[in-house]
Design a protein around this ligand. Structure first.
Ligand SMILES: Cc1cc2nc3c(=O)[nH]c(=O)nc-3n(C[C@H](O)[C@H](O)[C@H](O)COP(=O)(O)O)c2cc1C
Length: 247
C-alpha cells in the first residue's frame, strides 16, 4: 500500500541530510549504533552478495586511531613542505606515504571541476577562511583525521572481485546508514579522506585481507558550529538527464 506519509518523510530525510563536520562530545549509545547498522543491512546489493564489512570505533580505540592517523597526516604535510632530506627519510620510514587500498588522489574530469571547486570554496567561505589562507585550510583539512570531533568512526571495507559493483553496493549501504542516522537525529560525514591510510585501521581491527578500505564515516550528534550550516546544493534534474538523440 502506498503511504504518502512515508514518501514525505523520506523526501524530508533525503533533503535534510548534510555532511556534518563538527560534533558535540555527547556519546552515541551502543544500541543506537546497532540499530543504524541493523537498518543499513537491508540495503540491496548485487545478487545479495553484501560484499562489505564495517569496522566501528568509539572511546579509546577511536582516540588511538585518531592519534595514529593524525601522525600520518602530519608526516605527509612535512613531506610536502620539507626538503630532500625530509623526503628521503619519509621514503625510508614510509611514514606519511599513503598506504590505502584505493587511490584517493585523482585528476578530476574538467566537466566536474567547477562543482568540486564550488564545494571547497563554499565550505571555506562558511568557515570565514580566505582562499589564500593556506594555514587555515590545512587546519580544516586536518579535521578529517580527527573525524571532525565525532564520538564514533566507521570504516567501510569491500571485496574488489566484483569490480565496480561491490563499490556501488557499498555506496548504497553507506547512504542507507546515513539516512537511518539522520532519521534518529544523528549526523554523519562520509569520509573518503579516511581511506588514505589503511595501516592504522588494519592494526586496530582483524580485517580479512580480501576486504579493502573504501571509505570512512564520522557519526555523532551535530554541534551548532557554523560549518554544519553549509549546503552545497545540487544540480537540477534537467542537468543530469541525458537527452535523446535527435534526427
Ligand atoms: C564517498 C564520499 C566521500 C566523501 N569524503 C569526504 C571527506 O573526506 N571529507 C569531507 O569533508 N567530506 C567528504 N564527503 C562529503 C561530501 O563533500 C558531501 O557529501 C558533498 O559535498 C555534498 O554535501 P552534503 O553531504 O552536505 O549534502 C564525502 C562524501 C562521499 C559520498
Amino acid at each position: 500500500m502506498v503511504d504518502m506519509e512515508d514518501a514525505q518523510a523520506l523526501a524530508r530525510l533525503l533533503r535534510a541530510r548534510r555532511s556534518i563536520r563538527d560534533f558535540s562530545a555527547r556519546e552515541v549509545p551502543a544500541e543506537l549504533i546497532a540499530a543504524i547498522l541493523d537498518d543499513a543491512r537491508w540495503a540491496p546489493s548485487w545478487s545479495n552478495t553484501q560484499p562489505y564489512k564495517i569496522a566501528v570505533a568509539s572511546g579509546e580505540l577511536k582516540d588511538q586511531l585518531k592519534t595514529e592517523l593524525l601522525a600520518r597526516f602530519d608526516a605527509a604535510a612535512k613531506l610536502q613542505s620539507g626538503g630532500l632530506l625530509g623526503k628521503l627519510s619519509a621514503l625510508l620510514t614510509r611514514k606519511g606515504l599513503p598506504d590505502g587500498d584505493f587511490d584517493t588522489r585523482f585528476e578530476y574530469p574538467k566537466e566536474l571541476t567547477p562543482r568540486r571547486r564550488a564545494t571547497g570554496f563554499g565550505l571555506y567561505a562558511t568557515l570565514g577562511i580566505a582562499r589564500e589562507d593556506s594555514a587555515a585550510r590545512h587546519c580544516q583539512m586536518r579535521r578529517n583525521w580527527e573525524f571532525f570531533g565525532a564520538p564514533v568512526v566507521m570504516f567501510v571495507f569491500v571485496r574488489q572481485e566484483l569490480g565496480a559493483y561491490s563499490i556501488l553496493d557499498a555506496g548504497i549501504f553507506l547512504q542507507s546508514l546515513m539516512l537511518s542516522a539522520q532519521a534518529r537525529g544523528l549526523g554523519t560525514c562520509a569520509e573518503g579522506a579516511l581511506a588514505t591510510w589503511a595501516g592504522p585501521v588494519r592494526e586496530a581491527f582483524d580485517v580479512p585481507p580480501a576486504y579493502k578500505l573504501l571509505c570512512g564515516l564520522a557519526l555523532g550528534w551535530p554541534s551548532d558550529h557554523v560549518v554544519n550550516t553549509f549546503n552545497p546544493g545540487r544540480a537540477e534534474v534537467a542537468d543530469m538527464l541525458i537527452p535523446e538523440k535527435r534526427g
